[in-house]
Write a protein that binds this ligand. Structure first.
Ligand code: UDP
Length: 370
């Protein structure tokens, strides 16, 4: 049987992590051949190369260098490049992940060339059209042939939008697959936690881990100030470790807040996946505006405060694992951090059985070969 060709388009940190699970299954399938395109959206070694190395992924076949600029400029340049690659490769399907500009550019370039699109992490909605991610995910879902949903809620959103059942494939969350595989590899000894213990006196179970990277946090000075002030005050009660996303670092530096923050908190560079998992697993609390980190907190049984007005992962709020703290006012955010410390949610299993990647590959193989 001649293997069918899949072009995968990725470009941002969470996409490398999600793709690692699916790419491994594609390589094992024997029925499908994968050609990976990296758009270059994330390009720092600690935002990109580290994940390929740690998660055992091959170097992408195509490495573009597209980042920065406005959303339109970035997405437009990606469309231009991806279209050329698709015309040269003539794939049987294009695979995209999540909700970034790379996702939308990959989906749109393929759809216009009549190449069927598979969207992993389809159906998520924040119902907030001010988020660039919400626009990207709605448009990507609209043009995709296969909608691989991570949760029942995501599948229900698509059904409500009138998507035909035959396009919706509830498979579970590929991030859960990755967490099951790699989470088990990290203990509390050595690694980043070991170094932070030696250098800064951080110990397992006695720190809060924070991440902030979304435009809705970084592009609004008052919202960012509410987050920074709340974390600074919280750090007087429990150490706060914050791996700083490059965009957040740049905004804080421009606002002249970085030096004072470095005194109050434990600021570190963005972490590789295994160091990040280690810090997540052993945190007393996680405070984040990240989608992936909210779920990983739950995978490792750590309470989470989401520094946003809403979340796509409602089931974690309902089960008591996660609490929303809209970053409007520092005192309210601080109260949410304090209230969440030491809490545990209800036992739930909303993200499938940890076999989402193999289910995706089986579905694509059977439909493309059939
Ligand atoms: N992550 C990481 N190092 C960090 C921060 C996050 O490896 O310093 C991982 C995290 O464990 C999760 C993913 O990156 O798997 C989440 O990505 P991000 O927060 O950038 O995007 P989102 O999930 O919000 O789309």
């Amino acid at each position: 049987m001649h293997p069918k060709k899949i072009v995968t388009v990725i470009g941002a940190r969470p996409q490398f992590i999600k793709a690692s699970a699916v790419s491994a299954c594609l390589a094992d399938s024997g029925q499908l051949r994968e050609v990976v395109v990296h758009t270059g959206q994330h390009f720092d070694p600690n935002m990109s190369a580290v994940f390929f190395a740690e998660l055992g992924m091959d170097k992408p076949a195509y490495q573009c260098d597209i980042h920065g600029g406005g959303h339109g400029e970035m997405t437009g340049r990606m469309l231009n490049e991806i279209e050329k690659i698709l015309l040269a490769e003539r794939p049987d399907a294009v695979l995209v992940y999540g909700d970034t500009n790379s996702t939308l550019a990959g989906a749109l370039a393929a759809a216009k060339l009549q190449v069927p699109v598979a969207h992993v992490e389809a159906g998520l909605r924040s119902f907030n059209m001010a988020m660039p991610e919400e626009i990207n995910r709605i448009l990507t879902d609209r043009v995709s042939r296969w909608l691989f949903t991570p949760t029942d809620g995501a599948a229900a959103h698509l059904a409500r939008e009138g998507v035909d059942d035959s396009r919706i494939h509830p498979v579970g969350d590929v991030m859960f697959d990755v967490a099951l595989h790699h989470g088990a590899r990290t203990g509390s000894d050595g690694g980043m936690l070991g170094s932070l213990g030696n250098q800064r006196g951080i110990s397992a179970g006695r720190y809060c881990l924070a991440t902030v990277h979304r435009a809705e946090s970084t592009d609004h000075p008052q919202r960012l100030a509410a987050i920074v002030d709340a974390l600074t005050r919280f750090a007087r009660e429990i150490p706060v470790v914050w791996p700083l996303h490059p965009r957040t670092r740049a905004v804080l530096a421009r606002a002249g807040r970085l030096n004072a923050l470095a005194q109050a908190l434990v600021l570190v560079e963005p972490l590789g996946y295994l160091d990040m998992v280690q810090l997540e697993k052993h945190a007393a609390l996680i405070a984040t505006d990240s989608g992936g980190v909210q779920k990983e907190a739950f995978f490792y049984g750590v309470p989470c405060v989401t520094l946003r007005d809403e979340t796509e992962w409602r089931e974690l709020i309902e089960a008591g694992w996660n609490r929303l703290a809209p970053p409007v006012e520092a005192t309210a955010v601080l109260a949410a951090l304090r209230a969440s410390l030491g809490t545990q949610g209800r036992k739930i299993a909303p993200y499938g059985a940890g076999d989402a990647a193999s289910r995706i590959v089986r579905r694509l193989a059977s439909e493309l070969q059939g």
